[in-house]
Design a protein around this ligand. Sequence first.
Ligand code: ATP
Ligand code: MG
Length: 363
Amino acid sequence: VSAPKSTYRITLLPGDGIGPEISAATVRALEAAGSKFDIAFDISEGLIGGAAIDATGSPWPDETLESCRGADSILLAAIGGPKWDANPRELRPESGLLAMRRDLGLFANLRPAKAVPQLLDASSLKREVIEGVDLMVVRELTGDVYFGEPKGTRREEGTTVAFNNMIYSEPEIERIARVAFDVARQRGKKVCSIDKANVLDVSQLWRDVVTRVRDDEATDIELSHMYVDNAAMQLVRWPKQFDTIVCGNLFGDILSDEASMLVGSLGMLPSASLGDPANPGVFEPIHGSAPDIAGQDIANPLAMILSAAMMCRYDLKHPALADALEAAVEKVLDSGLRTKDIIDPDDPDFSLVGCDEMGRAVA
Ligand code: ATP
Ligand code: MG
């Protein structure tokens, strides 16, 4: 194991809407955490999404790609907004996001769902079900029914038929399985692989390959398998049974949204997208650019700050830095500070703060 670096190069992509506000709060918190460990961040800002379209005519300028390729890691806030919604597809902010994932080879999406003790009442689920939930969904991002060829529609016997193909190759399954085992090693050392192997051939391959990778490379990890319909039920029935969940693109799309809602507010949920371990990953909140509240200093920066913590853990491989950021977020919540989206208006013990003040408090 090489010694940790003392300076990390970060490309920061503030994007649109509340992006710049939550980015400023996050940089403040990240730099404060770094200074505790004598770590400096060399941060370059890049353009993406609507802001990039306005400045350069492209949602994913070459300059931004170059900056990302040279970075240790990438922090993204959020992109998009009504201003660009009527643009042709290649001039929409979302196209920038897809191009980024493609160019950086990001094939694994990580979404944690961790109950926030201070916000348990915000969940619509029972307290005893939610309390102590701490799971991670590892979703494959570049294969499956979204990309399988052939796809399309055809006329058949006087009617229209549409079709998509659920396709996975052994190498695609191997690499996502490795990510999942790696993630589990830094957590509870338990992986549950989700499939529909009782019905789908592609799922049988998925199950066989995940099992083989575990037996060959990850015997320290406990592996179980679950059918996706059962997993959807178990996630709301007793989510504490899960540590790390690994699944294909389609099942992961559904299960990661389901899992994230176990813990309540959108403003609290981070995510990571990873590719080849030699390349930088992208860390971003799961929420969008929230154009309805942009520029008002009321957005919650905690999802992006927790994304920066994931960056420290999974890309910079500095768990102490990640722990420090996460502990600071907990402490701030314990002290009663709340942005508008997570405040309980009936409880006088909480104080309402803006985005900037929340960032300062965490720092
Ligand atoms: P996208 O399509 O980019 O995912 P979306 O249309 O799903 O975006 P968001 O931008 O995530 O929507 O916003 C959904 C709602 O949640 C909005 O009312 C927004 O103001 C609110 N919201 C989102 N993020 C935050 C945040 N960090 N702090 C406070 N409120 C937020
Ligand atoms: Mg959305």
